[in-house]
Design a binder for this molecule. Structure first.
Ligand code: ADP
Length: 482
């Protein structure tokens, strides 16, 4: 897998990871938020069931009083197994056996002290007395634990009157004084405690299961999508890339070959025209003009062909660099001499200033010649007539800098981003060109371990700065020493 593909896979994995963490976080928060309501619902159902069971035992004992108290010979013998005694005993036994649960009965003015209501039960009694409600419940703290407390109203029914009715103060069968209560009065409450730890443990288990599920889902998604990416996206894209690369290389090779084939006859034409021109002493002005046009156009064509061949070599990694000592004065002189006729034609003045402190650098003179030729030729090509192109060279830290400043049309910030790319020209340019010059110049400068910077203002001019290390061998991206 290439570095790009690995990066894509990693980005995707990180993305799925982030989404999964967010989903897990949302799930945990959501579960915790609904947990209280969920526990309350379940505990309420449980408390109601227990309450019904207690009521049923109470009613059963009440209905069985005759069977309990009459002996087989028909004599009445009170056995003291009446509803409240039986109910409270059953509740006590249940409380003792069921871990964390508690069922008891409470009332105001209890006959026995243990039935005195606590704060919750007192609040329930108040609620039953002052409203029609017959249930009272909440989640509260109980002996340091979070529990669900439930209270249900116990009303005086017909058979309760025997012990709790009138006349007030008369002793009932059990030996207590009657309270003078009437049907429907509040006799007391059934008070039930349901522990919540089972539900909390359930919630924790649910959260753990959910987290595991999300993690497995995320892992499965990553595996499936990475597999899918590799098989259906990256694989075919790589093949397509490879195919395009091959086609591009073939085109480059073809271009380089054609350029090569063109260069030899063109060089001969230039040589023959030069020879012929030297031998002619009696040319008319018109003939001289014609010869000059042929020479200039042939040179432009030769430059274009050379740039095309150099670009093809550079991209194929076949552009060998040969590092040696280079005197910038010589290189600048050679380039400006070659471009002299072009500048002369447009009456452009080329000024040169090499700072005396500029050191001899270690670089590739031929590559540097190509770089400066392209930049200075552009400055001449794109500047209006009778302007000045200034070339300066000076040391800067461990580098040297060569600046080429012109008074041309300038380049807009948007165009500045494009013009160093292959075949990119400023739209609407009236001067002919291939769009390869700056691409080649920048690529070669980088190969030499340097960089090209551009400072330009539309309507004012441009300054190209070539920054080169004093010893290119130390930082060059490729190349050999001579
Ligand atoms: P070419 O000159 O062959 O078109 P280059 O790569 O050398 O290709 O330049 C790219 C474009 O940048 C040119 O088409 C031109 O529009 C613009 N350019 C380059 N140098 C200058 C300059 N000194 N002044 C204004 N425009 C320039």
């Amino acid at each position: 897998m290439s570095a790009d593909n690995r990066r894509l896979s990693l980005r995707f994995t990180v993305l799925v990871g982030i989404v999964s963490v967010l989903a897990i976080g949302a799930y945990v928060v959501w579960t915790l938020c609904v947990q209280d309501g969920f526990a309350r619902e379940k505990a309420l159902v449980e408390a109601r069931t227990l309450n019904l069971e207690m009521q049923a035992s109470w009613d059963y004992i009440d209905a069985s009083q005759d069977a309990i108290n009459y002996n087989s010979d028909g004599t009445y013998d009170f056995k003291h197994i009446y509803c409240s005694v039986a109910g409270k005993n059953i509740a006590q036994r249940f409380t003792n056996q069921a871990d964390g649960y508690e069922i008891r009965f409470a009332r105001e003015n209890p006959r026995s002290g243990i039935d005195a209501p606590d704060d919750f039960e007192q609040a329930a009694i108040e609620a039953f007395r002052t409203s029609d409600t017959t249930e009272f419940y909440d989640i509260t703290e109980w002996e340091g634990e979070s529990v669900f407390r439930y209270a249900s109203a116990l009303e005086i029914k017909n058979n309760c009157l025997q012990c709790h009715g009138t006349p007030v103060g008369e002793k009932d069968e059990t030996g207590y004084f009657k309270e003078g209560m009437a049907m429907g009065d509040l006799a007391g409450i059934t008070s039930i405690i349901v522990p919540l730890n089972t539900y909390n443990n359930e919630a924790q288990t649910r959260i753990a299961q959910g987290v595991i599920f999300f993690l497995l889902l995320a892992a499965a998604t990553i595996l499936v999508v990475r597999f899918g990416l590799r098989k259906w996206v990256i694989g075919p894209l790589n093949e397509l890339n490879e195919q395009l690369r091959c086609e591009n290389k073939e085109q480059q090779n073809f271009l380089a070959m054609v350029s090569h084939e063109l260069r030899t006859p063109l060089s001969s034409i230039i040589a023959f025209v030069d020879l012929w021109d030297d031998e002619q002493s009696d040319q008319t002005i018109q003939e001289k003009q014609l010869v000059r046009e042929i020479k200039e156009n042939s040179r432009t064509l030769l430059d274009l062909i050379n740039n095309t061949i150099d670009t093809a070599k550079l991209e194929a990694g076949e552009f060998g660099l040969y590092f040696d000592e280079v005197d910038l004065i010589d290189v600048i002189q050679s380039v400006t001499s070659a471009l002299g006729p072009l500048a002369h034609k447009k009456r452009i003045t080329i000024t040169k200033h090499v700072d005396p402190n500029t050191p001899i650098i270690v670089s590739d003179a031929s590559a540097l010649n190509k770089i400066l030729t392209n930049i200075i030729a552009n400055a001449v090509k794109y500047s209006p007539e009778e302007t000045t192109v200034s070339i300066r060279a000076f040391p800067e830290g461990n580098n040297v800098r060569i600046t080429v400043t012109d008074e041309g049309p300038g380049i807009s910030p948007e165009q500045q981003k494009r013009i160093f790319s292959r075949y990119k020209r400023v739209a609407g340019s009236s001067v002919s060109g291939s769009g390869l010059g700056l691409y080649l110049a920048k690529s070669l400068t980088e190969q030499l371990g340097g960089d090209i910077l551009l400072d330009s203002v539309v309507g004012k001019g441009s300054m190209f700065s070539v920054e080169l290390p004093q010893d290119g061998r130390l930082v060059s991206k490729s190349g050999e020493e001579e």
